[in-house]
Ligand binder design. Structure first.
Ligand code: ATP
Length: 633
């Protein structure tokens, strides 16, 4: 893609900007398309000319037999030979026309398909680099429809529309030139409908444009609904919500249907409108030409018109309708493609809000010290509510920090700021003294390993899933990591061991098994900073004990954050911080926090089953928090 493609450019003229940016590499195919389209048109114009010539020169003998660019001496003189030559010319023109049409289709199709491919890959690549907030604020189905339907719509116009424009140009110029040589006044009569056709087309585009844009939006909505329902099929079944979902799909599909029907109502008037205007024009031309033959030149004109010329003229004048009609479909396709281009260009023009500074350098992350310096943050989608408020925390390299707190307190959010899944609104997060915004994203993400509570497995083998991100790891490395994550034993019991396919349409793993695969993936990555976000919450206590032992050993030589609700998971951490409502309210070792007798100590009582010992304020606060969460929801 060209650097000169400015954001303003993408937005003001998306379709041509996209084609210019991506077409350049494949311009040879377009060149072939243009040449063969023009040649094809040339061959297509020959028959009418030859028929007119045959009528005048061979049958009526009104003018001598002559062909353009051919010396008269080379031409036969007997009528039979002349007829044979005329028919040969017709056959050659037909064969030439077929070859040209084949080359034309091939050139334009390859041109369009290659652009479609390059554009889709580029659009996907840009999209995947956008900040996480972009994805959480958009529906998956809608994004899919940009990458699929909209990119395809652009290809359709390229393949059919662009070739049609050349075809129309060649036809109009070719026929126009021949008509002018035949009879100038009659040509002007034949051209009369053109201003009316242009005005009608302008009106059409103005009316249809917003309708096509609305359809693209409706496709996005429908895709989102279907995608959401297929993903949530388990809930639909357990809740017996099939009828409800059928109605919702029917309602979304109906909106799409309505948008389509409204558009079709406008669209279907266009083509017949063009036909009527050009048909009337043709009738007028026929009338004037016919009278010319019967009663001589009208309006005191002196030009002559032979019957053969009139036949040729009428055939061409009728062919003049074709480009007009084809122009109609081109305009229609163009309007569709333009609506799609607006959405694709929106992806191409957008910049990720999370990107490294231009002078960013790699982070070596050797020490792994992490500093939160008066950090505050709120999600855009959450009406500016602060989720993290003025958090400061200094973590030395190699330290293990337990992070606990009520649900929704902001624990995950705080740690997502370290690998820059989101950026702090105020304050700074530093690693080894360097602001995370000043280092390259690749080196930052390499230095930080993040295991989430609900890990995602890609469709593929277990081995591929563990190796994901450390693509050059050997099979031995993969198995070693799996052993440390307590995954090796259960993987070996799967039908195909490490080659077992998991993820979509593969073997379904339990939540705890998936967590262990994700843990193995991060262990293999060997990051300087490890974030375990409830990473063992779904495994049984026995397995957790085993994982704890491995993690403790793995954590020894790296900085580790362990977010956990189960306090036994963090009690041996070097330090524990309690996050409550976006702030760190307590910090210290397990023993220190118990002695402090605050929130942590009460959590500990809950987990020890000592509920009777809880102070009434704790229960009141817990209920208040629940109510607050309910309000937000
Ligand atoms: P839990 O223990 O339940 O995992 P947590 O302490 O990790 O909770 P967070 O997941 O950080 O809490 O969420 C903190 C707040 O931010 C919650 O109110 C949540 O609703 C909100 N939140 C989390 N993720 C997003 C998001 N992507 N967009 C908007 N709000 C979010």
């Amino acid at each position: 893609m060209d650097d000169s493609q400015t954001e303003a450019g993408w937005r003001s003229d998306p379709i041509w900007q996209l084609y210019a940016a991506y077409g350049r590499a494949y311009v040879a195919y377009a060149g072939l398309g243009v040449v063969s389209t023009v040649l094809g048109r040339f061959f297509g114009l020959v028959p009418a000319f030859v028929i007119g010539l045959a009528v005048d020169a061979i049958f009526l003998r009104e003018r001598p037999f002559g062909l353009p660019f051919v010396p008269a001496a080379w031409l036969p003189t007997s009528p039979v030979d002349q007829l044979t030559l005329a028919i040969t010319v017709l056959v050659v023109a037909t064969v030439g026309g077929s070859v040209a049409s084949w080359l034309e289709d091939w050139g334009w199709s390859v041109f369009a398909q290659r652009i479609q491919h390059a554009l889709r890959v580029d659009a996907y690549d840009r999209l995947q680099r956008f900040d996480l907030a972009y994805f959480t604020s958009r529906r998956t189905g809608d994004l899919m429809s940009v990458l699929n339907n909209d990119v395809n719509a652009l290809e359709t116009f390229l393949e059919d529309g662009l070739s049609a424009i050349i075809w129309i140009g060649a036809t109009v110029v070719g026929i126009g030139a021949i008509l002018l040589t035949l009879n100038v006044p009659l040509t002007l009569v034949a051209l009369l409908p053109i201003p009316a056709l242009v005005a009608f087309t302008l009106l059409f585009t103005r009316v249809i444009e917003p309708k096509y844009l609305a359809i693209r939006g409706e496709i996005g909505d429908l895709n989102s609904r279907l995608e959401n329902n297929v993903s949530g099929i388990e809930v639909i079944k357990t809740e017996g919500a099939e009828a409800y979902e059928r109605d919702r799909v029917e309602s979304t599909s109906r909106s799409y249907l309505t948008a389509n029907l409204t558009t079709i109502r406008t669209q279907t008037t266009y083509y017949p409108g063009l036909t009527v205007i050009s048909g009337v024009g043709f009738a007028v031309t026929f009338l004037v030409g016919g009278l010319w033959i019967l009663t001589g030149a009208p309006f005191g004109l002196s030009a002559t018109l032979s019957p053969g010329e009139f036949v040729t003229f009428v055939i061409y004048a009728q062919q003049f309708v074709w480009p007009v009609l084809r122009f109609g479909t081109v305009v229609d396709d163009y309007e569709r493609a333009k609506a799609a281009a607006v959405r694709v260009a929106d992806v191409m023009a957008r910049e990720s809000r999370i990107s490294a500074a231009p002078d960013a350098t790699d982070l070596d992350g050797r020490t792994g010290a992490v500093e939160f310096d008066h950090v505050s943050f709120g999600y855009d989608t959450d009406r500016g509510r602060r989720v993290i408020t003025d958090v400061s925390l200094d973590v030395a390299g190699g330290e293990t920090i337990g992070v606990v707190g009520p649900t929704g307190a902001g624990k995950s959010t705080l740690l997502k700021l370290v690998p820059r899944l989101y950026d702090a609104d105020e304050g700074a997060v530093r690693i080894d003294g360097r602001d995370v915004r000043d280092v390259t994203l690749t080196s930052l993400r390499r230095a930080v390993g993040y295991v989430s509570q609900e890990p995602f497995l890609f469709f593929g083998t277990i081995r591929e899933n563990i190796r994901y991100g450390t693509f050059d790891a050997t099979d031995e490395d993969v198995e070693r990591a799996a052993k440390r994550a307590q995954a090796h034993a259960f993987v070996q019991n799967l039908p195909d061991g490490y080659e077992t396919r998991v993820g979509e349409r593969g073997v379904k793993l339990s939540g705890g098994q998936r967590q262990r695969i994700a843990l193995a993936r991060t262990i293999l990555k060997d990051p300087a900073i490890l974030v375990l976000d409830e990473a063992t919450a779904s495994v049984d206590t026995e397995t957790e004990a085993l994982i704890q032992r491995s993690i403790a050993e793995f954590a020894r030589d790296r900085t580790t954050f362990v977010i956990a609700h189960r306090l036994s998971t963090v009690r041996n951490a070097d330090r524990i911080v309690v996050v409550d409502d976006g702030r760190i309210t307590e910090r210290g070792t397990h023993t220190e926090l118990l002695a402090r007798d605050g929130l942590y100590a009460n959590f500990w009582r809950v987990q020890a089953g000592d509920v009777d010992a809880l102070p009434p304020e704790f229960l009141e606060r817990a209920m208040a928090r629940g109510a607050e969460r309910h309000d937000r929801g």
